[in-house]
Write a protein that binds this ligand. Structure first.
Ligand code: ATP
Ligand code: MG
Length: 362
């Protein structure tokens, strides 16, 4: 009987609510596959700071080190509450980036996926969204501006300034490029490389390395596209994209835009993959505006479970079952409030009821 240790970082805001639904799915998957999941809840994010004085406490580091896979809820506070935490212990700076650095999870897979039959959820016109959208955003996750050196200060004239650096070396670009080409070669064999080489030197090196790596994948066509233009096309013609690769900050922004074209960030799960360790998380934040109300969409969290089953636990068939179960809930006409717009005939259900329907469908 296989036995897996899974670290569960519930996180902040809606984190614990959507994690609860993900755990139901994990328990059912374990039961019917005769595997055991040793689920260890451990504090992370702002809640960990208030509980133990650090957003990524040592006990959590230990649980994660020993885990076969990590499932992480969203973290963060609203603008006002975040002032209660010192700048360097903010959940993103003090926990999320250190988590990514610790396990070197450089490849972030962010599917922007709306299956057939659910295109009505998209805010885009029918002529634009067609039968749905199926894009895989591959975001570099441990380099670029988010990890570069930072300095703040005041000049002799009393003017406050800040300096942040965007750094990549060719090895960092090469490894994410390989992930992107491997993914593209298993899909439609087109890779959209997102850059800003008319302004940023980092993009010049990025593009060179993409082309070098591309020589090993002669069947994959490379399309270079400026990030600003890509933002427009995502709204006007998302069907032109299949696999997109980009640096850290571009990926943060364009993947949220991806959630926008689906109709809700609640439809955005993700996988963060390193050479030896991976963790899984919704792409969105902790949604403080709807926390504690049992209305958040748990699709992003349960979808992250499906990605974990596929990428880390070798349970591809169960991963597919979980996706299908979630899609069947929508296909039956139910949804959490983020997707059920006034006047539509979608039947509104809460977070827990969504989870229960997924379990029933499974
Ligand atoms: P971060 O910087 O941490 O990514 P953010 O500022 O991008 O956070 P989010 O917390 O992602 O903001 O929320 C953006 C909007 O999306 C909010 O209105 C929030 O309620 C909504 N949202 C995010 N996740 C969900 C979800 N799972 N279900 C429903 N609505 C959600
Ligand atoms: Mg965001």
């Amino acid at each position: 009987m296989s036995h897996y240790k899974i670290a569960l970082l519930d996180g902040d805001g809606i984190g614990p609510e959507i994690m609860r639904e993900a755990v139901k799915v994990l328990n059912l998957v374990a039961e019917r596959n005769q595997v055991t999941f040793d689920l260890q809840h451990t504090p992370f994010g702002a809640s960990a700071y208030f509980e133990c004085g650090h957003p990524f406490p040592e006990q959590t580091q230990k649980v994660c080190d020993e885990a076969d896979a990590i499932l992480k809820g969203p973290i963060g506070l609203n603008h006002e509450d975040s002032k209660k935490i010192p700048v360097d212990l903010q959940p993103e700076r003090g926990a999320l980036l250190p988590l990514r650095r610790r396990y070197n999870t450089y490849a972030n897979f962010r599917p922007v996926f709306l299956p057939q039959g659910l295109a009505h959820f998209s805010p885009l016109k029918k002529e634009i969204i067609g039968d749905g959208v199926d894009i895989m955003i591959i975001r570099e996750l441990v380099g670029g501006l988010y990890f570069g050196e930072k300095e703040t200060g005041t000049t002799e004239d009393g003017v406050r300034y800040v300096r942040e650096t965007l750094e990549y070396d060719e090895e960092q670009i090469r490894r994410i490029a390989k992930v992107a080409f491997d993914t593209a070669s298993k899909r439609k064999k087109v890779l959209h490389n997102i850059h800003k080489s008319n302004v940023l030197k980092s993009s010049v090196l990025w593009n060179e390395v993409i082309e070098e790596v591309g020589k090993d994948y002669p069947d994959v066509k490379i399309e270079h596209i400026l990030v600003d233009a890509a933002a427009t096309y995502l709204c006007l013609n998302p069907g032109r994209f299949d696999v997109m690769v980009m640096e850290n900050m571009f990926g943060d922004i364009l993947s949220d835009q991806g959630g926008g074209i689906l109709g809700s960030l609640g439809l955005m799960p993700s996988a963060c993959i390193g050479d030896d360790k991976a963790y899984y998380e919704p792409s969105h934040g902790s949604a403080p505006d709807i926390a504690g109300k049992n209305v958040a969409n748990p699709y992003s969290m349960i979808g992250s479970v499906a990605m974990m089953l596929e990428f880390s636990l070798g349970m591809e068939e169960e991963a597919r079952n979980v996706w299908h179960a979630m899609q069947s809930v929508f296909a039956d006409g139910y949804s959490t409030p983020d997707l059920s717009k006034p006047g539509s005939d979608v039947k509104m259900i809460d977070t827990e009821a969504f989870g229960d329907r997924v379990i029933a469908a499974l």
